[in-house]
Design a protein around this ligand. Structure first.
Ligand SMILES: [Fe+2]
Length: 271
């Protein structure tokens, strides 16, 4: 079995125009330019898949999603599949319209199951499950029991014995103390202990973190929009931008967290 490499990006928060938002944050760069430069310079050879775990666009409309997808597709080779999860700053109706060409948004009056963006991708050796774990109406991060049941079915039906979950909100990791954790029942937590499940990958916290959900490891990817960093009892926006490279090798998972900015220096090669 050969290695399977995934480029894990997150929290791109793309907008064609940000109005005064960046100024308010004190950010002195234009995030889409950083994203474009990254896409232009990234070596995509050797990757098998690209995943972007949500907050693709920052509260934008269909035109933002369209432009975001165009930018992504312009630089990522066509042979490389790209999969998306949705986050709390993604507006589902504009995502569906801008990136899926669905004229009418999935009717949000309809049962949640009909419009949430949960899906499964099978590769030879691995099953990848994408979970939409944000409830826009109540603005809560959650894996509902209904989703837990769906997840259980997808795990049971997997022909492969290696399953990976991608979602926006991590479990048990907070950006800052006092914020609410992602809601998940004990029943669903038990499903996340399935022996086929190798790991969970998320975003949202704009930094690379890891934890264990029982026996299942979870990693988050940094953001390509802005970093969050605590200092002097405050939380700051920073220019610590990056991405993760996930290498799957049978049951083994290697996660390498790389930075885009601040620029790293290469000294002499190690001999
Ligand atoms: Fe975000």
């Amino acid at each position: 079995m050969s290695k399977f490499r995934i480029l894990h990006l997150s929290d791109t928060h793309f907008r064609l125009k940000y109005k005064r938002q960046l100024e308010k944050m004190g950010i002195d760069y234009f995030p889409p330019h950083v994203l474009e430069t990254f896409l232009k310079t990234m070596q995509f050879q050797g990757f098998d898949m690209v995943v972007i775990t949500g907050d693709l666009v920052h509260e934008g409309d269909a035109a933002d999603y369209k432009a975001f997808q165009k930018l992504i597709n312009q630089y990522i080779p066509k042979s490389l599949p790209i999969y998306y999860a949705l986050g709390n700053h993604d507006r589902r109706d504009h995502f569906y319209k801008g990136m899926k060409g669905l004229e009418t948004p999935r009717n949000q009056e309809a049962p949640r199951r009909e419009w949430l963006y949960d899906y499964v991708i099978d590769h030879d050796d691995y099953r990848f499950i994408f979970l939409d774990n944000f409830e826009p109406e109540s603005r809560t991060a959650q894996i509902s029991d209904e989703q837990g049941e769906w997840l259980k079915t997808q795990l049971e039906r997997a022909q492969q014995d290696r399953v990976i979950i991608f979602m926006h909100h991590p479990l048990d990791i907070l950006i800052q103390e006092g914020l609410p954790y992602t809601e998940v029942s004990d029943l669903t937590r038990a499903i996340l202990q399935d022996s086929k499940l190798l790991g969970i990958f998320a975003g949202h916290v704009h930094m690379n973190r890891s934890t264990m959900i029982g026996t299942t490891p979870l990693w988050t990817a940094p953001s390509i929009y802005c970093g969050f960093h605590p200092a002097d009892q405050e939380m700051y926006y920073t220019n610590h931008l990056g991405f993760n490279v996930i290498t799957l090798d049978g049951q083994r998972i290697d996660v390498f967290s790389d930075i885009i900015t601040p620029t790293k220096k290469y000294y002499r090669p190690i001999k």
